[in-house]
Design a protein around this ligand. Structure first.
Ligand SMILES: CC(C)(COP(=O)(O)OP(=O)(O)OC[C@H]1O[C@@H](n2cnc3c(N)ncnc32)[C@H](O)[C@@H]1OP(=O)(O)O)[C@@H](O)C(=O)NCCC(=O)NCCS
Length: 179
């Protein structure tokens, strides 16, 4: 998979991305905003394991965000099943030196569209921690709408926190046929 965007290229993870992945992912400011499955510290071994696991999965739902062909972030979605097979949860992170340039907003919008098209989804959602104002803003800019504040729904780093549930509803973004 490859999506050539203005600010980045979103593409399949490659084994050769492991070193840049480990370097950029080894950041407490990233870890503090993600699920505990994301390791900290983040070693080269973790990076290799992650890339191996991602590459063995089908369908492919987690992608590298690259700038000048260097892997500088990750963006992926988890497809739901059974009656929720039209839904997916999306997540992402970007290397700290590149924050503030709109790279993730553009990539999120593109992968949201890709996921909806490829998997006939009607809804994609994300649940950033309430303290994560940057991620909430990114979701809003990419067309997601705040649906709920999930009070006391998660514990991170020993701290009980709320999550903000944002969703992108495909039907809200379809062009209106006026013919
Ligand atoms: C969340 C994250 C991906 C955002 O990356 P980014 O490069 O800053 O994103 P963008 O540049 O596309 O947009 C950031 C927006 O948030 C705003 N923002 C940044 N910090 C903010 C803050 N503390 N309060 C309010 N808004 C903030 C920016 O001003 C910008 O909005 P604007 O374009 O209207 O000015 C990045 O900080 C990250 O990887 N964080 C750690 C992992 C994470 O939180 N992942 C998401 C889990 S749900």
């Amino acid at each position: 998979m490859q999506l050539a965007l203005k600010r980045s290229v979103v593409r399949s993870w490659r084994p050769s991305d492991a070193e840049s992945l480990a370097r950029h992912a080894n950041n407490r400011k990233i870890w503090i905003n993600l699920r505990d499955a994301f390791p900290h510290p983040y070693t080269l071994h973790d990076a290799r394991d992650f890339i191996r696991a991602i590459r063995s999965r089908s369908p492919e739902t987690t992608f590298a965000i690259t700038v000048d062909d260097e892997a500088v972030g990750s963006l992926g979605f988890v497809l739901h099943h059974d009656v929720e097979r039209v839904s997916a949860e999306i997540g992402y992170w970007l290397a700290e030196p590149l924050w503030g340039r709109g790279i993730i907003t553009e990539a999120l919008a593109a992968v949201t569209e890709y996921a909806i098209q490829q998997h006939a989804l009607t809804r994609i959602y994300a649940v950033p921690f309430a303290w994560n104002a940057a991620s909430c803003r990114v979701l809003e800019k990419a067309g997601y709408v705040l649906e709920a504040r999930l009070r006391h729904s998660a514990v991170k780093n020993g701290e009980l926190t709320d999550q903000m549930q944002y969703a992108f509803i495909a039907a809200d973004h379809q062009a209106v046929d006026i013919t």
